[in-house]
Design a protein around this ligand. Structure first.
Ligand code: GLY
Length: 440
């Protein structure tokens, strides 16, 4: 089967490998030339993934029988709607259903209207004075979120990114003035305390098949310091839970996703594809920080290598509306560590050569996924985004972490990685924090 894949990051490399493993012939569209995807593809279109007309024309030209869309930006441009109109069944939500990610206000309003549990107190503003008036009477820490897409870098949290009410208001002003997230509108939300986790689920608009929970490490520097990034790495555990996430809370998060899918369907905007819940586990249970309308990056690289189902059969069941609610995942832990250019999160040093000993990484038992690099004259060069990721897959978290670390040792050149991701002391600190919060 000819399968069109859209996107050129680490997440999409993982999708492409899953398509290949189930016997699909890959035709990929991407902006940068991801060497891993390029090698796995029968043909590549180097193009802007939001150029809907061009992508649809190419899908028809190559006779794609199915498409899988990785990133969020093309969803906002209606790529899925147009591919389907052109007769290419597509794993990914329509533009209207993707509003769940494209507009944080849409997502919050949906939860409120349908009384979906896990809603955080939120207040939208498009006027600075109104925001100031509200915050004058607001007690307690808060979060400022642009309504639209910011590549995971737009949310600012009191205590982390600003310290005072005035500091938060300055960011509100900046969002409104600069239209950060492409809109002069902002959400002010109550700050929730706890540990964040991601829960992804396949859905055909009616049925929901949850995946193992994953924890993404968003901050650029070790010890969860530095600016927010798209994600520096991520971990999952063999039992599908996380060391700080008990089964009851995992199930509560699954129920939130299930209710969300039901709400979208009953509003006439059924969601097909991968629904991603960005949760925080609080003393009162899981609450929703955000939804994404796609696999997470890096989270896709944790779950796809352990999926014990034929990926293309899963995709077909999504587009046909016959998804099984119980999909099998191997009982393996995974630790993903991204290699990024120096300065990533502030000012990346792009154009620096990296060397990658693929055989040695494979011998270490790890999986390699390329992301935003350029391949020029046989050399692999950094861009301003994340370069590549290594994923340890093993029976236990310490083993998976060791594999990932060994694999990092086989990557040369100027780069940065977070070595604390998946380390026992990092994990234990999170478990202790959650225990204390729930006892108090
Ligand atoms: N890892 C966060 C995201 O994919 O949005």
């Amino acid at each position: 089967m000819n399968v069109l894949t859209v996107g050129g990051g680490g997440r999409e490399h993982a999708i492409v490998e899953a398509v290949r493993e189930s016997g699909g012939t890959v035709f990929s569209v991407m902006r940068n030339r991801n060497p891993g995807i390029a090698r796995a593809s029968k043909d590549v279109l180097l193009a802007d993934e939001t150029n809907v007309e061009r992508v649809v024309a190419w899908a028809q030209e190559v006779g794609a029988a199915l498409a899988v869309v990785g990133p969020e930006a093309p969803l906002g441009h209606g790529l899925v709607d147009q591919l389907e109109s052109a007769g290419v069944p597509t794993v990914g939500p329509s533009r209207r259903a993707a509003q769940i990610e494209l507009s944080k206000e849409f997502a919050r309003d949906l939860m409120r209207r349908h009384e979906i549990p896990g809603l955080v107190e939120y207040h939208p503003f498009d006027d600075l004075d109104e925001a100031r008036g509200f915050l004058r009477n607001h007690v307690g820490p808060f979060v400022v979120k642009p309504i639209g897409l910011t590549g995971g870098k737009g949310v600012r949290v009191m205590g982390d990114h600003f310290q005072t009410r005035e500091g938060g208001l300055r960011y509100v002003e900046e969002v409104l003035e600069k239209r950060i997230g492409s809109q002069a509108r902002v959400l002010v939300e109550r700050k929730e305390e706890g540990e964040e986790f991601s829960l992804q689920a396949f859905t055909d608009g009616e049925h929901l098949a949850p995946m193992p929970a994953v924890q993404d490490y968003k901050r650029a520097q070790e010890g969860d310091r530095g600016p927010n990034t798209g994600g520096m790495g991520s971990v999952s555990v063999a039992d599908g839970l996380l060391p700080f996430l008990p089964r009851d809370d995992y199930e509560a998060a699954v129920e939130i996703l299930r209710r969300t899918v039901r709400a979208l369907r009953s509003d006439g905007t059924p969601f097909r594809g991968v629904l991603y819940g960005g949760f925080i586990l609080t003393a009162e249970g899981p609450k929703v920080l955000e939804f994404n309308a796609r696999f997470g990056d890096p989270e896709a690289m944790n779950v796809l290598p352990v999926l014990r189902e034929d990926f293309l059969e899963v995709c077909e069941s999504i587009v046909e509306g016959t998804l099984s609610e119980r999909l099998l995942f191997a009982p393996k832990a995974t630790v993903c560590k991204y290699v990024v250019p120096r300065g990533y999160g502030r000012k990346s040093e792009a154009g620096r050569p990296l060397t990658v000993d693929e055989d040695a990484i494979r011998r270490a038992g790890a999986v390699l996924y390329y992301a935003s690099v350029d391949e020029k004259d046989g050399a692999i060069l950094t861009t301003s985004s994340r370069s590549l990721a290594v994923v340890g897959v093993a029976d236990s978290l310490p083993e998976a972490e060791r594999q990932a670390e060994t694999a990092l040792g086989h990557i040369g050149g100027e780069h940065v990685a977070r070595h604390d991701i998946g380390k026992a002391e990092t994990i234990e600190a999170k478990v202790r924090k959650m225990k204390q919060m729930r006892v108090v």
